[in-house]
Design a protein around this ligand. Structure first.
Ligand code: B4P
Length: 191
């Protein structure tokens, strides 16, 4: 199986592109953001506990998302690989993901990092706030906090992956179709 990380700040297009890429390449799309929002929508105890953290734009505890991902990895059959979207978000999550994959004779094959200007990120999230009503998109201060949290806690993963030779920057500016074309071209080399 071939495994990809799709990476970038909030609003960079990870979720948008992942849905299309997973369909094109028969990959299992795993978005921890979607999984957490499903817990909140279902009103589970976990969802209730995570909702206040997410609405402030903070990261939920590492062990919560690691457990979610482990369960999904073992339950997946008939796919060409995994497309991890919004996970890992800390170096600790990255180390755990590597361990999980290594145990199953897999690895992270490529990390695709969407590069998008700060003003464009804010613009996209503000626009989505009008359409989707996601609480973490509505408040500009929360959006800025999510970007700050990304820089402090998530961006260090880039160096970690660069050392492993799997870091692949991608221009994330332009139309959704343009960016999809760029990502598809890079991913095709592995599939
Ligand atoms: P996520 O669900 O991962 O959300 P996100 O970072 O906002 O990005 P998303 O993928 O949804 O948006 P996209 O850029 O595609 O995380 C939400 C929260 O969950 C986190 O803040 C955190 O609290 C928690 N969480 C999730 N995973 C976690 C983890 N592993 N550890 C700890 N906590 C975790 O799109 C944004 C908007 O831009 C959309 O409206 C889209 O239509 C638009 N857009 C995309 N591409 C565009 C383009 N090219 N042009 C114009 N608009 C575009």
């Amino acid at each position: 199986m071939v495994n990809f990380l799709i990476f970038g700040p909030p609003g960079s297009g990870k979720g948008t592109q992942s849905v299309r890429l997973a369909e094109k390449f028969n990959l299992m799309h795993l978005s921890t953001g979607d999984m957490l929002r499903a817990e909140i929508a279902a009103g589970t105890d976990l969802g209730k506990r995570m909702s206040s953290i997410m609405s402030k734009g903070e990261l939920v505890p590492d062990e919560v998302v690691i457990e979610m991902i482990a369960a999904k990895i073992d339950g997946t059959k008939g796919k060409a690989g995994f497309l991890f979207d919004g996970f890992p978000r800390t170096v600790a999550q990255t180390e755990e993901l590597e361990k999980m994959l290594n145990k199953r004779e897999m690895k992270i094959d490529s990390m695709l990092v969407l590069d998008v200007d700060h003003n464009e990120l804010v613009k996209r999230l503000m626009l989505r706030a009008e359409q989707s009503g996601r609480p973490d998109d509505k408040d500009p201060a929360v959006v800025e906090n999510r970007i700050d949290v990304y820089k402090a806690k998530t961006e260090p993963i880039i160096d970690y992956c660069r050392k492993r030779g799997i870091y692949q920057p991608v221009n994330g500016m332009g139309t959704i179709d343009d960016i999809f074309g760029r990502l598809s071209k890079l991913m095709k080399k592995y599939l």
